[in-house]
Design a protein around this ligand. Structure first.
Ligand SMILES: Nc1ncnc2c1ncn2[C@@H]1O[C@H](COP(=O)(O)OP(=O)(O)OP(=O)(O)O)[C@@H](O)[C@H]1O
Ligand SMILES: [Mg+2]
Length: 279
């Protein structure tokens, strides 16, 4: 599904509230992987809610395969879009409400696609194998008794149960240890063909997955560049209050010091390996 935000603005409905999203345009093609970065309070979560059609732009429009979100709302057809988009909200484990982990896993799919129980079960088993979780155990255990890494995986799996065309993730690796983070990143990077829009305060986690990086500051889009061109846009980011990933700043310092670096390196380990190889 192609998603096009055309000059959207959003203002929460509280007296004295400022416009949180300002005149923002963004085009996302099917299968693209986009990292969205920006300071706290810059409007990233609000943008996610707009993209998932949970709230409507107060100005501008969002087109899903060319169909206006306002038209979809008028014809009460927003669920037809939402069921094509999977969303993982910030700290999703805080929103668990089922007694059994398996019910948490199958809630969205049952809600959107009241499929046969057997079909849901076989879908769950295939997905759980990839996630290294035991489906039968999930039928017995409370989601609250899973480890923190397992909880996050369960929430991601629940979003994937509907096989969404678009997956939107709000800080999926926040508060996780290195091994949990790596496992989650591996799963997300394996979703070929699925559009992934990931909001993150840890851009290093997703730098090598992202085709594009979008920087938001004060509700406006200030950067929208292919990953491989990021080194040319670090000043723009810094000027807008966005802290670029450290690994990119280091690469720019090295280039400024006369070191030849041909391609972007996503993490320090990779960069060090490259530099050692050249020594
Ligand atoms: N439900 C709401 N009602 C009123 N104002 C809100 C609401 N949700 C968010 N805001 C305000 O909108 C602005 C943007 O918030 P948002 O949560 O989108 O930022 P964010 O970039 O996701 O921040 P963070 O990185 O801390 O998650 C903030 O000033 C916030 O106070
Ligand atoms: Mg947020």
């Amino acid at each position: 599904m192609k998603i096009e935000c055309s000059a959207i603005s959003y203002q929460y409905d509280l007296p004295g509230d400022e416009t949180v999203i300002k005149d923002l345009s963004l085009c996302v093609n099917q299968g693209e992987k986009i990292a969205v970065i920006g300071p706290a309070g810059s409007g990233k979560t609000t943008l996610i809610q707009l993209l998932d059609a949970l709230i409507l732009p107060t100005k501008g429009d969002i087109f899903y395969d060319g169909i206006s979100v306002h038209d979809l709302s008028r014809s009460k057809n927003l669920p037809s879009i939402r069921r094509r988009i999977g969303v993982l909200f910030q700290f999703p484990e805080h929103q668990f409400f089922h007694e059994r982990a398996y019910d948490e896993l199958s809630f969205a799919v049952k809600n959107f696609f009241p499929a046969e129980t057997q079909e849901i079960d076989s879908r769950a088993r295939i997905l759980m194998e990839r996630f290294h979780l035991d489906t039968d155990k999930l039928k017995e255990i409370s989601p609250f008794n899973l480890s923190s890494g397992e909880k996050r995986k369960l929430a991601l799996a629940s979003a994937l149960m509907t096989s969404p065309e678009v997956l939107i993730l709000d800080e999926p690796t926040a508060g996780m240890d290195a091994s949990g983070r790596n496992e989650l990143i591996k799963i997300i990077s394996s979703l070929s063909g699925t559009t992934v829009i990931v909001v993150t305060h840890n851009p290093e986690d997703f730098l090598m997955i992202a085709d594009r990086v979008v920087g938001i500051s004060g509700g406006s889009k200030v950067v929208d560049v292919p990953r491989d061109n990021l080194l040319d846009h670090l000043d723009e980011m810094e000027d807008s209050g966005i802290v670029p990933p450290l690994v990119l700043s280091v690469q720019r310092w090295l280039i400024d010091a006369g070191c030849k670096i041909d391609s972007i390196f996503g993490d320090m380990e990779e960069l060090c390996r490259h530099l050692r190889g050249r020594a």
